[in-house]
Design a protein around this ligand. Structure first.
Ligand code: ZN
Length: 272
């Protein structure tokens, strides 16, 4: 009997030590989730469902954040906090949109205004004003309401396949176009389809951007590097299963568990 008691105490002891160790290990692996959206609504330009979140589903995802007390901060606050080594509350998230589709203005913008959430939209400078994409007036209106505009290049080319001249044009040129049209600095960059190399990162820094975002690429899984911040793709189906997927994606530990895979270049981003 005494022997079994000793065994039990040993098990309890190691369980407690293990739990404390696990808590410390997890604490260092928390990452503020950057939620990545593309289309909101049912636009005709893109039928690929993984990049389209319906208006209802988007509203549900935002209301979920509100109801459960999540703190939605601007990308600027995230970047400045990371730079300063600030610790973020465990219920913090950032919201972003890629490509600058007009449905962001029609459907997402009113919902985000309703909840008072800030967001960033990475626009393709040459596509602004084209059918299906945001206009300059819509962008300016969104900027008045807690939206920050970033660059998603000039033509949405896959940067690792581009030559140096094209890289300069896409990275520096798009910044200039946006700054000239909007009248203020453009501080953030988004790699199309998440593709980047060390050279591309260097050019982005050189161009004067303060941070850049990718998808699930690169080696830094915990967003220590401001020029390869990882994001979480949000899907229409995330609202199912009583919010379990949303809890997981908003938890700050999603990067830890998701498969470390290189995303292949694909037309699935549906930019025409
Ligand atoms: Zn894109």
């Amino acid at each position: 009997m005494r022997f079994f008691k000793r065994i039990l105490y040993c098990v309890l002891f190691f369980f407690c030590i293990g739990s404390i160790g696990f808590c410390f290990w997890m604490r260092d692996r928390y990452v503020v989730p950057i939620l990545m959206y593309h289309h909101v609504g049912v636009p005709s330009v893109c039928k690929w469902h993984l990049n389209v979140v319906s208006e209802n589903s988007f509203d549900y995802q935002m209301s979920f954040l509100k109801r459960h007390g999540f703190k939605v901060i601007s990308f600027k606050d995230l970047v400045e906090g990371l730079k300063a080594g600030r610790a973020f509350a465990r219920n913090t998230v950032v919201i972003q949109f890629d490509d600058g589709y007009e449905d962001n203005y029609k459907y997402a913008f009113p919902i985000l205004k309703k909840y008072g959430f800030p967001a960033t939209v990475f626009v393709i400078s040459d596509m602004v004003g084209q059918p299906g994409f945001l206009t300059w007036d819509e962008i300016k209106e969104m900027e008045q309401e807690n939206f920050v505009i970033g660059s998603h290049t000039q033509h949405h080319v896959y940067l690792p396949k581009a030559n140096l001249n094209a890289l300069q044009e896409e990275i520096k040129g798009s910044k200039k176009v946006l700054e000239d049209r909007l009248g203020h600095p453009i501080d953030y960059f988004c790699y199309p389809v998440g593709g980047f190399t060390a050279q591309i990162k260097g050019l982005v820094k050189q161009a004067g951007y303060k941070a850049a975002v990718t998808t699930n690429r690169g080696k830094d899984r915990f967003n220590q590097d401001l020029y390869e911040l990882k994001r979480i793709r949000m899907n229409n189906t995330d609202s199912q299963y009583s919010g379990l997927i949303l809890w997981f994606k908003y938890s700050g530990y999603y990067n830890l568990f998701r498969q470390f895979k290189r995303e292949k270049r694909t037309r699935k981003e549906c930019v025409l």
